[in-house]
Design a protein around this ligand. Structure first.
Ligand code: FES
Length: 128
């Protein structure tokens, strides 16, 4: 049985610093996440597109999805699943507000959290 991995909350950005429907790159050690302001909530995923590593934080936000700025794959920000363009999945990170900061949870070691949403086949029923 594996040891439970420790989760660390990381101050990613001051509350109010990311305009609505925009993303920001957040660096944690050698790892980068993309943090998005969706208006009523913040969501975070790995910043590397599952296609060829495009910077998802620079993509166009539509609903709870982001379109990669390089080749326009559509990535769901809740599941991390690619909904169009091809097949793939990025890690998703828990986000919460702590003391006026938007905080992201990373596992100790900086490699991020495994997808809590589960495999894409089970979570991407809303594929268009
Ligand atoms: S690198 Fe993102 S769609 Fe190609």
């Amino acid at each position: 049985m594996s040891e439970p991995r420790e989760i660390k909350w990381f101050r990613a950005a001051p509350l109010g610093s990311i305009p609505e429907k925009e993303g920001r790159r957040v660096q944690y050690g050698e790892h980068a996440a993309a943090l998005f302001n969706l208006g009523r909530e913040y969501l975070a995923v790995d910043n590397q597109c599952p296609h060829k590593g495009g910077p998802l934080a620079d993509g166009i936000v539509a609903g709870k999805n982001v379109f990669c700025p390089l080749h326009n794959w559509k990535i769901n920000l809740e599941s991390g699943c690619a909904l169009s363009g091809g097949e793939g999945q990025v890690k998703v990170y828990p986000v919460k507000i702590i003391d006026d900061f938007i905080c992201i949870a990373f596992e100790e070691g900086g490699l991020g959290k495994e997808n809590s949403a589960g495999p894409c086949q089970e979570k991407c029923d809303e594929r268009l």
